[in-house]
Design a protein around this ligand. Structure first.
Ligand code: ADP
Ligand code: MG
Length: 277
């Protein structure tokens, strides 16, 4: 098995006590962004303890003559290797904030930094590189391609990232990693099934494997258990917590569930377009 997929930091799988985040604390060596990479990518060098930081974000949606102001000077920070919850009522702008953090949409004003580099106004190619190399995303409704298997869904980001010839050249290694990841998320027995043949929890496992295939440093999750029953949701949250511990993956998770937020290292409350103090 690939070394990065091993559960070495918590071999018993026991639930670990919740860590308190000290925002002035330096990143812990060996945690998160400094973890090894089988792809040979240069590990991140942290400029600040915040791997992801947004300052004074503004976002208004405009439809016909109606303006819907959603973010009104919203700040955000996430510490490398930790889990951060974005909590807020439905319609409070959680998804909007997550989309901005993931460069899927642009703020009207404000700045977003990843590892000290401004990412909210990157030229298209560098933005695509950020999304492909550093970022994994999962969603409430999984967003899997319906016509292909879980395995092929997991391979897809690598096909896009590597291009036709790159993928052909590296396909043995990529396929091995896809199989290992699907095994890791507990989907080895379902990997050749299409999404419609999978349960909600299995689809989210496939989506998590797909989000991790390019070995991202940051996982953004928008209500990843919002469409699952409590038990299945708890299993998905356990899986994310394990991945955070094993690989030091930085996770930012949107939720409207206080108990889910309580399981994260830190929580940010979104209210009236800003972070509630
Ligand atoms: P949350 O994820 O917290 O439920 P969202 O970020 O999805 O909230 O939405 C915040 C507000 O912005 C809501 O009032 C929603 O209707 C509105 N909104 C979201 N996306 C769009 C859009 N593309 N166009 C117009 N209004 C939108
Ligand atoms: Mg939402």
């Amino acid at each position: 098995m690939n070394s990065e997929l091993k559960m070495d930091s918590n071999p018993t799988g026991a639930v670990q006590p919740r860590r308190r985040v000290d925002f002035n604390e330096a990143p812990v060596p060996g945690e998160g962004v400094e973890s090894q990479s089988s792809s040979g990518r240069t590990p991140l060098k942290l400029a600040t303890p915040y791997v992801l930081e947004a300052r004074q974000l503004y976002k208004t949606y405009r439809k016909n003559k109606h303006a819907v102001p959603v973010l009104k000077g919203c700040d955000f920070t996430a510490v490398a290797g930790r889990t951060t919850a974005i909590l807020g009522q439905s319609g409070s702008g959680k998804s909007t904030l997550l989309h901005l953090l993931g460069t899927l949409d642009a703020p009207d004003a404000g700045e977003i930094y990843f590892d000290g580099e401004r990412i909210d106004q990157l030229p298209r190619r560098r933005r695509d590189r950020f999304r492909n190399n550093q970022l994994g995303m999962i969603f409430q409704f999984y967003h899997l391609l319906p016509e292909v298997s879980a395995y092929q869904n997991v391979l897809m980001p690598m096909m896009i990232q590597e291009g036709f010839f790159g993928y052909l050249k590296n396909r043995a290694q990529i396929k091995k990693r896809a199989t290992e990841l699907l095994t890791r998320v507990g989907l080895a027995h379902r990997m050749h099934h299409k999404p419609r043949e999978l349960s909600g929890g299995e689809m989210q496992r496939a989506a998590i494997a797909r989000a991790l295939i390019a070995e991202p440093d940051l996982l953004l999750a928008d209500e990843p258990t919002g469409n699952l029953d409590r038990e299945t949701g708890a299993q998905i949250l356990d899986l994310l917590a394990e991945l955070n511990r094993e690989r030091g993956l930085t996770i930012v998770m949107v939720t409207h569930d206080e108990s889910i937020a309580a399981a994260c290292d830190s929580t940010i409350h979104l209210e009236d377009g800003r972070i509630k103090a």
